[in-house]
Write a protein that binds this ligand. Structure first.
Ligand code: ADP
Ligand code: MG
Length: 472
């Protein structure tokens, strides 16, 4: 039942909201009428409690009516607080715990709730397909090495260029969060703008619509309608299952393609691996252009993040994230675009809840559970010197030299400081590795940088970033 609750939440709130707040929500126990849920961080807990607790309860009750109360706890720590009870009972307001602290902050920004993109448009009527998300356009899609081919194919299909049959069907596949749905919506928008009749359906929606049509004896009308369009877009076809439905799915795409209409499909796997589908359907799906979208490299992650931050800033002009923090986030979050999006939502929520600027530290707290845990790495002094040198546009030999110009002294001192905090080397040893300097020189550098970090937030962030780059 829990899996179904999560599925419902995902469908009701939309992929973005779900990924930002609920993907890591787990059911710990059901105890009488109380469902105990857990999340990995206090921040997630307070956000879910303050924004989504009623929603979770309602959704839970839709699956398991006996549930009257939801409690959210933080995994690996003490007991949950602030339960929410079913309608009728009054809800206690938060007077303690992290949320109360956050709310008691001196200048709360009043936009906290509106800050996070709310659920995408509600799912549409059966025959009309799923509405397109206005945000997911070609214009907002960032092209990089791993998605350039998919993007180019998508644009051609959307523009309906010549060699149609070559691209029919267009089959995009990739792991989660790599931009499949974004491209499909982009195609949908562009094709509609040029006046073509487009239906976009998720696999769930396709199945649901078909089953409904059967129930109401409208199956023929449903099929007719699907076949009377110019472009059919089907998302997440790996979920299509059931004998009659997959047969209908097969007939539908065959009929469309044979009539010269365009079909676009996305899936988390290549057509050959769609085990639930009949061999003939699979080969039909493989018969057009099959393109894989690869994982996002760091450059692409930075671009996506920057674009997203910029978009958010139009609605929240006071929300600022320094390039250093953005670089950290893009480096830390390697998995996919959805987690990047989630990270932006988290940063925004943090900033609006606390009314303070996003620092490296708040960023780290906000995205902690989105970051893959890595083995701590053994860091070499030489690597520190190389990295710091390159970051400050000097050479490693400058750092080791006797030169005392400010352009060299500062990176040298930062490198000494990092050597002290990131390695187990003694001060004399560090001195020796910095061109044979005395340990008091190293100590002086360490103290000086410590002091400056305390006074200068920009330098603080900069040093944090260097640390993280070394620890990666
Ligand atoms: P998928 O359907 O492959 O699971 P989505 O299309 O839903 O992934 O992408 C997840 C999130 O990442 C969305 O918010 C999407 O806008 C964003 N995203 C992914 N790739 C890109 C990209 N190249 N440019 C801009 N945003 C992207
Ligand atoms: Mg998708």
């Amino acid at each position: 039942a829990w899996a179904r609750v999560k599925r419902r939440l995902r469908a009701e709130l939309g992929e973005d909201v779900y990924a930002s707040w609920f993907a890591r929500l787990e059911l710990e126990a059901v105890d009488g009428g109380t469902a105990r849920l857990t999340v990995p961080t206090r921040f997630l807990k307070s956000w879910i409690e303050s924004h989504y607790l009623d929603r979770v309860l309602t959704t839970f009750r839709a699956e398991v009516e006996a549930i009257a109360r939801i409690e959210v706890g933080v995994r690996g720590t003490g007991a949950p607080t602030r339960p929410v009870t079913a309608p009728g009972a009054s809800r206690p307001s938060p007077t303690s715990g992290p949320l109360a602290r956050l709310q008691a902050s001196p200048q709360p920004t009043p936009v906290a709730v509106a800050a996070v993109p709310e659920a995408r448009p509600a799912e549409g009527g059966d025959l009309n397909g799923t509405p397109l998300d206005a945000r997911l356009t070609f214009a907002s899609f960032v092209v990089g090495r791993s998605n350039a081919l998919a993007h180019a194919a998508a644009e051609r299909v959307a523009r309906h260029e010549g060699e149609g049959a070559l691209y029919n069907p267009l089959y995009l596949h990739a792991g989660v969060g790599l931009g499949k749905t974004h491209l499909l919506h982009g195609i949908g928008h562009a094709a509609r703008e040029s006046g073509r009749r487009v239906i976009y359906l998720t696999a769930d929606r396709f199945m649901y619509g078909f089953v409904n049509a059967l129930k109401t004896q409208n199956a023929l009308a449903y099929k007719e309608r699907l076949r009377g369009i110019d472009l059919l877009i089907l998302d997440d076809v790996q979920f299509i299952q059931g004998k009659s439905i997959q047969a209908e799915f097969g007939h539908t795409i065959n009929a469309l393609i044979d009539a010269g209409r365009q079909v676009v499909v996305a899936s988390d796997r290549p057509p050959t691996e769609l085990e639930a589908l009949d061999e003939r359907v699979r080969s039909r799906l493989a018969g057009g252009l099959v393109v894989e979208i690869g994982t996002l490299d760091e450059a692409l992650r930075v671009s996506i993040l920057t674009a997203r931050l910029q978009a958010v800033r139009t609605a929240h002009p006071t929300f600022e994230v320094s390039p250093t923090v953005a670089a950290y986030v893009a480096r830390a979050i390697t998995a996919n675009g959805r987690d990047l999006e989630g990270a932006v939502n988290r940063l925004l929520a943090h900033a609006t809840l606390t009314g303070t600027a996003v620092t490296m530290e708040t960023a780290e707290t906000a995205i902690r559970d989105l970051v893959k845990n890595r083995e701590p790495k053994r860091i070499k002094i030489e690597d520190i010197q190389k990295l710091v040198a390159s970051r400050y546009n000097v050479s490693r030999s400058d750092i080791l030299s006797e030169r005392r110009t400010a352009a060299v002294v500062k990176p040298r001192q930062i490198a000494m400081y990092l050597s002290k905090v990131l390695t187990l080397r003694s001060l004399p040893e560090i001195g020796r590795r910095f061109g044979g300097r005395d340990h008091t020189t190293v100590l002086h550098a360490v103290r000086k940088i410590e002091k400056q970090i305390g006074e200068d937030a920009v330098l603080g962030d900069e040093v944090e970033l260097l640390k993280r780059m070394l620890q990666d």
